[in-house]
Design a protein around this ligand. Sequence first.
Ligand SMILES: *Cc1c(COP(=O)(O)O)cnc(C)c1O
Length: 370
Amino acid sequence: MKIPFLNLEPAHKLVKEEMAQAFESTYASNWFVMGNKLENFEAQYAAFNETKHAIGVSNGLDALVLSLLSLGIGPGDEVIVPSHTYIASVLAISYVGATPVFVEPDERTFNLNPANIGAAITSSTKAVMPVHMYGQACNMTAICKIARERDLYIVEDNAQAHGARYDGKITGSIGDMSGTSFYPGKNLGALGDGGMITTNSERWADQASMLRNYGSSVKYKHERIGYNMRLDELQAAFLSVKLKRLDLWTTQRRTIAEQYSNLLAEVGDLILPFTDPRSEHVFHLYVVRTQYREQLRDHLQMDGIQTLVHYPIPIHLQEAYAHLGHESGDFPIAEKIAECCLSLPLWPGMDKREVAEVATSVSRFFESVK
Ligand SMILES: *Cc1c(COP(=O)(O)O)cnc(C)c1O
């Protein structure tokens, strides 16, 4: 049995008819950009995410860029971002001309460690960007407290955590603004690129929705130098269909994660995902850690099991960020995670037997290294 890292087929099979109808209805409308499919999906997503406003945009990166721009963050400003994240979080900060300032994560949760934020704050710090890594909410209670005390904005990167919660609050609704992604492999994925900004502020929502559409809220009147960063009707229609199943798919993800955690407990030197009891994890990814990462990957590959590494090179060591002048050893926790993390196959509808087969192959590997 070959086991891919991700298989969208079971989820897509379930909604095939409705997706075809979404296409038919959009096609028949002859209206493809900024119409009622987008408006409907924005209202549905705002309800799901428990926010007053949701603004559909082109992708997750653009959602973060427009969030920062809406808050007026730009050149000369610093934004605190975790040293362990996907590069898009950091790129968004660079795009608006601000400077990313890295802060180490909590080794147990992979998430921005609130205890490390204070030391990174300077007179130029304008915002902090918590990233809910792998589907687990950051400690937003602590992060909000620091942001309030130090007068910083919070821009959540919720690209991996649709529906996650911390202390009962849903991610994407806790900070001042939030950006999420509907990249096909995300927990809620379009059939192409897509993203969403969420906020409870009418003023910032207006800014974001004006900026995504050429800086215009009244046709041919342009208030700011804006962008073309819109979510199109077809993707919005597809996403409306899939959003209705998101809770079911999240439940399935959690069941698979639990099965892995039971089968892999006490196996080799594996460190399994740690769940902060105050957080409700949506398991975008199931990430284990081992000092034998490369050997384990090779072993699984030989058994026909595909794995991925999220992410092999920390941002501060990427060529694109050489100008920040960081070197190896500057962020040891992020560097250690990059060296030993491994994401196991996981998708909604993954069969119990497939999960067991992955776990068996992992266990067999550790039998051989003993
Ligand atoms: C996927 C992702 C993004 C970017 O989303 P795109 O839609 O691919 O632009 C941003 N941040 C994180 C943490 C992500 O995982």
